[in-house]
Ligand binder design. Sequence first.
Ligand SMILES: Nc1ncnc2c1ncn2[C@@H]1O[C@H](COP(=O)(O)OP(=O)(O)OP(=O)(O)O)[C@@H](O)[C@H]1O
Ligand SMILES: [Mg+2]
Length: 310
Amino acid sequence: MLCLQTRQLTYRFRGGVALEGIDLAVPAGAIYGFLGPNGAGKTTTLRLLLGLLAPQDGEILVFGGRLSGSNRPKAMRRIGAMIESPAAYGNLTAHENLLLLQRIHRCPAARIDEVLSWVGLSDTQGKRAAQFSLGMKQRLGLAMALLHGPDLLILDEPTNGLDPGGIVEMRQLLQRLNRECGITFLVSSHLLAEVEKFATHVGILHRGKLLFQGSIDDLHAHRRAVSEVRLRTSDDAGAASWLRQAGHIVRRNAAGLTLPHLDDAGIEAIVAGLVGSGIGIHGVAVVQEQVDLENIFMDMTEGGSCREAA
Ligand SMILES: Nc1ncnc2c1ncn2[C@@H]1O[C@H](COP(=O)(O)OP(=O)(O)OP(=O)(O)O)[C@@H](O)[C@H]1O
Ligand SMILES: [Mg+2]
């Protein structure tokens, strides 16, 4: 079941297109990493989802219903969000900030201590939010987003500016909330390596277009599929000629030979064939060049439109 879905979501600023026909699909229970470099359109998408901008084209479905008209208030009660920097009052303590929100949401007062404990801010006592470290401010923002007990949390770069320890803490906190409270997360980031550590699903946005969407396993499979096989042999010229005759595409340079992706059986076959032809194998390596987001973007943009994993 999908918790959140968009169909052909489009938004244009005066300066140009920010989003072009985005079809997001966030499964219930997922931690969906919404990836993209600066200016890709992540914040614009999240603002549209939260009704902070009005879609110019396309539609948004939340919990199976359209996010519009009389449906909107009901759906919004089930969503919590932290977009860009958290909006806490600096002259109030964490507890006081939450007290204000508790009155708005009309949720039980006991919920304040509960969310403060979740985010590890129970012991901040009289400290005002303005005196908080960045990590504490992010955690207060999360507590504010969590207070009314949402089923879906939308977080815009929640680890931005945090040190490595703070990033790990935030990641573990989101995973715990997902596991123990069943909250679905849509979390934007520009760091693939970070998202891979905790997301179950990813969407990759580039210049307003969704280039890839699927589970983290689908992304890994895609990356494997674009890996290369590198060979060092006793006779590279002879090996290249044998491989070409066997129907392979081979590039040769001073470091050896490079072939496009082969699975294990394919590697076994070429090694056996070359050895059988009297060519010694000095090294075989499977290299995944697409290790960072930029390389993935380059590879995917060459391929054109969004690749949706089944
Ligand atoms: N208020 C605005 N007016 C005009 N253009 C805007 C506005 N807000 C965003 N844009 C443009 O829309 C595009 C997407 O911006 P957006 O903030 O959604 O990107 P982002 O993926 O969140 O980037 P970042 O990683 O830097 O936060 C950019 O080209 C940006 O310049
Ligand atoms: Mg942004």
